[in-house]
Design a protein around this ligand. Structure first.
Ligand SMILES: [Zn+2]
Length: 108
């Protein structure tokens, strides 16, 4: 299983695309596709089907769509959006901010 630099519950900033500049919390990661689902980012309105021939209106549901991890930057608590590096000590691999060296623990 490939692991991504972005983990669930991370705060990320969108760096490209129509949602550029937005920050949000990572809801899900999809390592196989290298995509992440970010709260309130790339929200699409999905029409919920209504029964044909009736006057019942279909509802509209809003749902996030996954975006490529290369389009987001992890937000470091010290310096904002940053590149992520890894530090390995024994069996423990921690993520660090490449700018300031701050450890970026994975929130559960
Ligand atoms: Zn930093």
């Amino acid at each position: 299983m490939p692991s991504l630099k972005i983990h669930r519950n991370d705060t990320v900033k969108i760096i490209t695309g129509s949602d550029r500049g937005k920050t949000g919390r990572v809801l899900r990661v999809f390592p196989e596709n290298k995509t992440v689902l970010v709260e309130h980012v790339r929200v699409v309105k999905k029409t919920v089907s209504s029964k044909q021939g009736t006057r019942t209106k279909g509802g509209i549901a809003e749902q996030e769509s996954p975006i490529d991890v290369s389009n987001v930057a992890l937000v470091c608590p010290n310096c904002g959006p940053a590149r992520v590096g890894f530090k390995v000590e024994g069996d423990v691999k921690t993520r660090i901010c490449k700018k300031c060296g701050q450890e970026l623990p994975t929130k559960k």
